[in-house]
Design a protein around this ligand. Structure first.
Ligand SMILES: [Zn+2]
Length: 499
């Protein structure tokens, strides 16, 4: 859906070689993309970020954001220049203390040329001073900044960072964050992690948030508006901060009845996935009319529309499941989205079972039978859906069918060992669908290439024999309809399911 064009990096390098002294000829520009096949311009090459320090000031009336980003990184190549991904207007850039020249190219590339070339494997401190109106910016035909009556929100997938801070915008480069936001007194600023402190002076309140564990750029979030905050602690001892817009109207009760169960749900999920991986937890519900939810790290974003039919704990289960499957272990490339969505949907099925609303197997049988063989649903390959189908229902539902098929193939003991072992094996890193298959084969001792191919990589409905082999279809007759079938139908609606 969000297409990007390829920048001819080799040509750029050749041109630059002529313009620089021979002594620096070994230094060349970092690539304008990190190498994602779906999105060639996402992220950048030549360096690795360890920390973002963001000092921001936001005016809700005008949607004006000013900021200074201090980025701590390390070079991974000899660099004559390098890129950040960013959309707002840049006033000054400093690299290792010295003013650097900069220009913009492509849809969101900020090209930075330091005063001196940078040697490989050396520390890099980049300071970017900037300002702008995020809601006025688009890239690749979309915006990830959602203006609200009392502020704005940065939340989207696969990209949201460029609307509020410069970054190496791809999950392959995770970092820690300190986010400090000045807003007028009486307004709140919500972000990820722990609220270290708030303080007020001269009519402005400073909100200081810290993400002490590595976080992908698209999982960083910012929400400014008038929020009511609730705090608590999970049974496991994790501090919880939730935030609700003061303007949720008739959805307010259902939103709270769902998101206030965050601690309970995280504790329940840890029984399947292992200990909750972060030192902070929560959720927030701004007064936006967007239809999706997002697994922003430690503090998912929920849209009020998800609570229009009453409480919806299932969406909370989905977004919190991503804290392990998506956030702790992130995809290697965006084609690996099944690792995120197949498992987050499957967690919803496990929750249904927990709530007595149909077992995972019943929901799998029902889902399998719901789509006839000629339904376009089966043409989407969850293991490599293409950018245009990255968030198609099939990635979620057929993705979860694949998880149930795996469970039936390797048995519950091996399956639940895999479910819990995977987040630990790749904690704070990245992994691919192929890595998952290898790991499941390792744990179960079974070859699984045929199973993965059938359920994730064929553009057609696995036949009844294949499905029966994995117990996904009743031998004959109509599939059992779990009591929650109406709810399942609803989760297929684009306005009801989360990313
Ligand atoms: Zn999701």
């Amino acid at each position: 859906m969000h297409r990007r064009f390829i920048v001819p990096g080799a040509l750029g390098a050749a041109t630059l070689m002529l313009a620089i002294p021979a002594s620096a000829a070994a230094h060349s520009p970092g690539a304008p993309g990190i190498g994602d096949p779906y999105y060639p311009a996402y992220g950048n090459g030549g360096y690795d970020v360890s920390h973002y320090d963001l000092r921001l000031k936001y005016q809700p009336d005008t949607d004006r954001l000013e900021g200074t980003a201090t980025i701590l990184a390390r070079t991974t190549e000899d660099l004559s220049r390098f890129d950040l991904d960013f959309l707002l207007d840049v006033g000054e850039v400093r690299v290792n203390g010295a003013k650097a020249s900069f220009t913009t190219s492509g849809e969101q590339e900020l090209e930075i040329t330091p005063a001196k070339p940078l040697d490989k494997d050396t520390p890099l401190t980049v300071i970017v001073r900037y300002s702008g109106v995020p809601s006025s910016k688009q890239a690749f035909g979309f915006t990830s900044w959602h203006r609200t009556p009392d502020g704005g929100i940065a939340a989207n997938e696969p990209e949201a960072a460029a609307w509020w801070f410069p970054s190496n915008d791809h999950p392959l480069d995770k970092a820690t964050y300190d986010v400090s936001v000045q807003v007028p007194d009486g307004t709140q600023a919500i972000s990820n992690g722990t609220l270290q402190s708030t303080s007020s002076r001269l009519g402005w309140t400073h909100w200081n948030w810290r993400s002490a564990q590595p976080q992908a750029t698209y999982l960083a979030t910012l929400a400014i508006g008038r929020f009511d905050l609730t705090t608590g602690t999970t049974e496991g001892g994790i501090p919880v901060v939730n935030a609700y817009s003061e303007d949720l109207g008739p959805n307010d009760g259902a939103a709270r009845a769902s998101v206030e169960r965050t601690g309970e749900v995280a504790d329940w999920l840890s029984g399947y996935f292992g200990p909750y991986p972060y030192d902070a937890l929560g959720g927030y519900v701004p007064n936006t009319d967007t239809g999706f939810a997002l697994e922003t790290q430690t503090r998912p974003f929920y849209s009020p529309r998800q609570f229009a039919n009453g409480s919806n704990v299932s969406v909370v289960v989905h977004e919190l499941a991503h804290q392990w499957y998506g956030d702790l272990v992130s995809l290697r490339g965006w084609k690996d989205i099944w690792i995120n969505e197949g498992f987050a949907r499957y967690a919803q099925w496990l929750w249904s079972e927990h709530e007595g609303e149909g077992t995972a197997q019943e929901l799998a049988d029902y889902t399998y039978a719901s789509y006839p063989a000629d339904d376009p649903f089966w043409t989407v390959k969850p293991g490599d859906p293409g950018p245009e189908n990255q968030f198609d229902t099939a990635v979620y539902d057929r993705g979860a069918l694949a998880v149930q098929a795996l469970r039936n193939e390797i048995g519950d003991d091996a399956f639940f060992t895999v479910l819990k072992g995977w987040p630990a094996k790749y904690a704070h890193g990245n992994a691919s669908v192929a890595d998952f298959q290898r790991y499941a084969e390792e744990v179960s001792g079974k070859p699984l290439a045929a199973l993965f191919d059938t359920w994730l990589f064929q553009p057609s409905k696995p036949d009844a024999a294949a499905a029966r082999a994995q117990s996904l279809a009743k031998p004959s007759g109509t599939p059992a309809q779990p009591r929650s079938w109406r709810k399942i139908a609803a989760t297929n609606d684009v306005h009801d399911h989360g990313h």
